[in-house]
Each structure stands twice: as structure tokens, then as C-alpha cells.
Design a binder for this molecule. Structure first.
Ligand SMILES: Nc1ncnc2c1ncn2[C@@H]1O[C@H](COP(=O)(O)OP(=O)(O)OP(=O)(O)O)[C@@H](O)[C@H]1O
Ligand SMILES: O=P(O)(O)OC[C@H]1O[C@H](OP(=O)(O)OP(=O)(O)O)[C@H](O)[C@@H]1O
Ligand SMILES: [Mg+2]
Length: 302
């Protein structure tokens, strides 16, 4: 692919197939960028914006952004930091501009050992072998802890390494912990926490591309804000309005509307930035509220 810095089309790299793919597409579509994706095609043109999607292995995304081959990338911080450390060590360009944390792909990179091991701390791994897909992040952590251990690099199935005698411990991604448990391993030290990031190449974009990014970012903030917010509607006794407000978490000023059939009750509409838990709904009911509805919000602005 030839880098055309004068192109008016913004190029965004996303993971082709894996943990981040669906959410990445969903987020871009929620920002008004539409695509028709063909499973086998690596390049997809947007149907409604001058934007191209490059669909690649997630490991390749930071390098493509650092080298300015693409303008933006959506990638996990774990991969971003691993590639950064590797590129610093090999004297390749390693800078990106971080634009936003995307609140998906949350996971952590942790050290784990077989459950029967009497592990006291990372010092116990001195002289041992640790299997991982993230040798640079692992060695960076070990160095900071003053521990000398060797690395067995595996690109997959890291969790089976201790069982088959390839390593004494592992350093792998954990989310629910189910994979570790299924393999008789126990998580010990969290060495890195991660979520998906939107990154931009370090050199300034041309005016057309910058204008697109300037439009995309507020939309992205609007989508994220909407995801965290709920629209709550309920009928409340007029006398209990203060108690109702106190119970609604993170709510802005509610809109109070009269009801046609009664003076004692009013309709309350409010946007809340927090989840309304069942317990709160039960408390609202207990003070005389009824018809309590909690609705998702699709978009928010201003
Ligand atoms: N269990 C998990 N829960 C949440 N996020 C995760 C989890 N595992 C990984 N991730 C995040 O998703 C990213 C992609 O994970 P995935 O397993 O799809 O990668 P991969 O197998 O390396 O894919 P690729 O074929 O693109 O190289 C990880 O780098 C991490 O940021
Ligand atoms: O703590 P858990 O919720 O079990 O998640 C952790 C697992 O998820 C990731 O793998 P993934 O399922 O994406 O498959 P992969 O290893 O084939 O990429 C990661 O590499 C772990 O193996
Ligand atoms: Mg990968």
C-alpha cells in the first residue's frame, strides 16, 4: 500500500476478526460511518463518507499507525504498548497520538501459576521460564521488579504451557478468569490493564482528514455518553418528588409533567448517567411510584 498523505480519504485500521472487531464496527456505525463488509476483503470503503477501513491482525495496527500508513487505528492498549516497547528496542518509529479510550475490550495482562504452586510473589519466578505472547511487556515488568526470568514466546494457547512442561508460569490476558481456571492456573500479579484505544498517526493530518476527525470525535463522545446514560420515566406522587430526585442516581433536573386523570400523581422524565438498579426501582415503588420505565439512549449531543 502506498502512503498518499494528500488523499482526502481517512484510513482507519481495525481488527479483522477477533475480540475487538464487532465493537469497532459497531462504534464507527454509531458515529454515522456506514460500511458493507465482505468477509474476505481487507479494504472496505464507507458507503456514506470518504473513509476506508483496513481490516488486519490486531498486532499490525500500532505499527501501521506509527509508520503513518493509516491515519487512525482501533487497538487494545496491551498490543499498543507491546509494539511500542518492541519498536523502541529496535529503533523504529514508535509514536502515536492517543485520541480516546473506547470502553470495550477491557482485560488485564497477568502472571499466573499452576494452582498447586506455593507462590509468594514475583521473586519466586527468578530463574524460571514464563510463557507469553507479550515478551516486551513481561520483560519490562520483570526488569522493574528486579527479577531475572526467561520467556517462552507463544502466539496462542499460552495457558497450556505449564501443563505440557513448556513453562513454569504464564503471562496472559485475563477477563473473567475462566480460561485460567479451566487450565488449573491461578492469577497472581496484574502487570498491565487494558481497553481498546483510538489512536492517530503522529504526523499532522491534511485539512480534509483533520476535518473528518474533528467531526468524528464529538460523535464518538456522544455515543459513549449515550451508552452510559438511561432515560427514566415514571409516575410519582407529587408529594414525594424530593424523595424521588434523591433516589435517582446521576440525574439531571427532571421534567415534571401533569397527568390528565389525577392531580396527585405527575409524570417524571429524567436522563440519568448511571444504571438504575432493581433495588432503586423497588424503593421508588415503595414510596408510591408506578409505571417505571428505563430506556436506552441512542445518541446525545450538547
Ligand atoms: N477475554 C478478553 N476480554 C476482553 N478483551 C479481550 C480479551 N482477550 C483479549 N482482549 C482484547 O482484545 C484484543 C484482541 O484479542 P483477540 O483474542 O481477538 O486477539 P488475537 O487472537 O491476537 O487476534 P488477531 O488474529 O487479530 O491477532 C486483545 O489484544 C485485547 O486487547
Ligand atoms: O479470562 P477469560 O474471560 O477466560 O479470557 C481470557 C482469554 O481470552 C483471550 O483469548 P480469546 O478467547 O480471545 O481467544 P484466543 O486466545 O484464541 O485469541 C485471552 O487470550 C485468554 O485466553
Ligand atoms: Mg493478535
Amino acid at each position: 500500500m502506498v502512503v498518499d498523505t494528500n488523499s482526502k480519504r481517512l484510513t482507519i485500521a481495525i481488527q479483522k476478526s477477533g475480540r475487538l472487531s464487532k465493537e469497532s464496527i459497531k462504534l464507527l456505525e454509531a458515529c454515522g460511518v456506514k460500511f458493507t463488509l465482505h468477509e474476505s476483503r481487507l479494504l472496505a470503503h464507507s458507503n456514506n463518507q470518504p473513509i476506508d477501513l483496513l481490516r488486519v491482525r490486531d498486532d499490525d495496527i500500532p505499527g501501521l499507525v506509527m509508520d503513518g500508513v493509516v491515519d487512525l487505528g482501533l487497538v487494545g492498549e496491551n498490543v499498543l504498548e507491546e509494539v511500542r516497547l518492541e519498536r523502541v528496542a529496535t529503533e523504529l518509529p514508535a509514536e502515536v497520538t492517543r485520541l480516546r479510550s473506547l470502553e470495550f475490550g477491557q482485560c488485564r495482562l497477568s502472571l499466573a501459576v499452576p494452582k498447586e504452586d506455593a507462590y509468594q510473589g514475583v521473586q519466586d519466578l527468578a530463574g524460571k521460564r514464563i510463557a507469553t505472547t507479550y515478551p516486551y511487556l513481561l520483560q519490562d515488568y520483570l526488569k522493574k521488579q528486579g527479577v531475572n526470568a526467561s520467556t517462552a514466546i507463544l502466539t496462542g494457547s499460552v495457558e497450556v504451557a505449564p501443563r505440557v512442561g513448556l513453562a513454569d508460569a504464564i503471562c496472559d490476558l485475563v477477563s473473567t478468569g475462566a480460561t485460567l481456571e479451566a487450565n488449573g492456573l491461578v492469577e497472581k500479579d496484574v502487570i498491565f490493564t487494558s481497553q481498546a484505544q483510538l489512536i492517530q498517526r503522529p504526523e499532522p493530518l491534511n485539512a480534509d482528514k483533520q476535518a473528518m476527525v474533528d467531526q468524528l470525535l464529538p460523535r464518538l463522545d456522544g455515543v459513549q455518553k449515550a451508552r452510559e446514560s438511561k432515560y427514566i420515566m415514571l409516575h410519582a406522587p407529587r408529594k414525594a418528588l424530593e424523595q424521588v430526585s434523591a433516589l435517582l442516581p446521576g440525574a439531571e433536573d427532571p421534567t415534571i409533567l401533569p397527568l390528565s386523570h389525577t392531580d396527585e400523581l405527575v409524570a417524571v422524565h429524567v436522563v440519568s448517567t448511571e444504571t438504575l438498579f432493581w433495588e432503586t426501582m423497588e424503593e421508588l415503588k415503595a414510596i408510591g411510584c408506578s409505571s417505571i420505565l428505563v430506556l436506552p439512549i441512542e445518541k446525545m449531543m450538547g
